[in-house]
Design a protein around this ligand. Structure first.
Ligand SMILES: NC(=O)c1ccc[n+]([C@@H]2O[C@H](COP(=O)([O-])OP(=O)(O)OC[C@H]3O[C@@H](n4cnc5c(N)ncnc54)[C@H](O)[C@@H]3O)[C@@H](O)[C@H]2O)c1
Length: 282
């Protein structure tokens, strides 16, 4: 895993990409972590609705297999470790060429989770979550900027989590990474407004994916249950990407539980929220 950014890579990031090849062609979405779960469901939904889809994952065979099910000319796939800027540059350049010279939506979905008592989870696993969930998103936005800037109405959508609403025991670092996604999203949305680039994030509660295999002993997962399917999240991502909004909405909850928790943290005093989360999660 290469994470150091060299001066050459950084200067590459500020050079303009080639001109759009087919102005006005069909919209495109670049999905990270597309081989399974939520990323896969999003890719399938957007492809079904006529978008050109970029499928990227450390599981290169997984995304290649998915691409072959989406029909000739509808998708491109490739290997991508989201923590590696060089791989981002290669993947984005290929996607830009094959997708007709536009990047309408960058979906930063790739993520990992390690749960358990904070002091018992090995430090390497805490660091890995910070790298993939936070550094991966930051690297993706930095490398994709020049493509987003060249695409009118472009949009970055980051997959956060309901754990970005209130910190969760036994998911402490994971939850911390999702708070980072939340803050990053808010700040970058304000900063990139001048370029016409929107930035939003999605807050699902627990979803039945491979990641949920780790949820057995998470107290909040046991009390709330795992009720969402990847297609539920995909449907919210679709609305977030395509809805015409009079008032800009940055954070999108998925599921009744995340909506209630989000509302409660805005309305209830902090001490009450802490008490409720403690009852659910300890
Ligand atoms: N499952 C849930 O309950 C849940 C709830 C809220 C948010 N999320 C978030 O949704 C996103 C997708 O998770 P999922 O539930 O579909 O999990 P998943 O494990 O099914 O899918 C994650 C994908 O990311 C890929 N990936 C992992 N590390 C990568 C890297 N360094 N570079 C590129 N790809 C990488 C994996 O190969 C996998 O295909 C994550 O950001 C996760 O935190 C999940």
């Amino acid at each position: 895993m290469k994470t150091a950014v060299t001066a050459a890579q950084d200067s590459q990031a500020i050079q303009p990409p080639p001109e759009s090849l087919i102005p006005g062609g069909r919209p495109t979405i670049f999905v990270t972590g597309a081989a399974s779960g939520i990323g896969r469901a999003c890719a399938e939904l957007f492809a079904r609705r006529g978008w050109f889809v970029g499928l990227y994952d450390i599981n290169a065979d997984g995304v290649a297999a998915l691409a072959s099910t989406l029909g000739e000319g509808n998708a491109v796939s490739g290997p991508l470790d989201v923590t590696d800027p060089e791989e981002w540059h290669r993947a984005l350049a290929d996607f830009w060429r094959q997708g007709g010279g536009r990047l309408d939506v960058l979906l930063n979905n790739a993520g990992i989770l390690a749960s358990g008592r904070f002091e018992e989870v090995p430090l390497a696993k805490h660091f890995a979550m910070l790298r993939v969930n936070v550094q991966g998103m930051v690297t993706g936005c930095h490398c994709a900027f020049r493509y987003l800037q060249r695409t009118p109405g472009s949009h970055v959508i980051n997959i956060a989590s309901a754990t970005a609403i209130y910190g969760q025991p036994e998911l402490v670092t994971y939850s911390g990474t999702k708070f980072a996604v939340r803050g990053f999203t808010e700040g970058l949305d304000l900063e990139w407004n001048k370029f016409g680039i929107r930035v939003s994030d999605i807050w699902p509660s627990f979803v039945k994916t491979a990641m949920a295999d780790n949820f057995d002993h998470i107290p909040s997962a046991k009390s709330l249950g795992i009720r969402l399917r990847p297609v539920d999240v995909a449907s919210t991502v679709w609305t977030c990407a395509t809805a015409i909004q009079l008032i800009r909405k940055i954070h999108w909850t998925v599921g009744f539980q995340a909506w209630v928790l989000s509302l409660a943290t805005r309305l209830a005093p902090a001490a009450i929220t802490r008490w409720v989360v403690q009852r659910l999660a300890v």
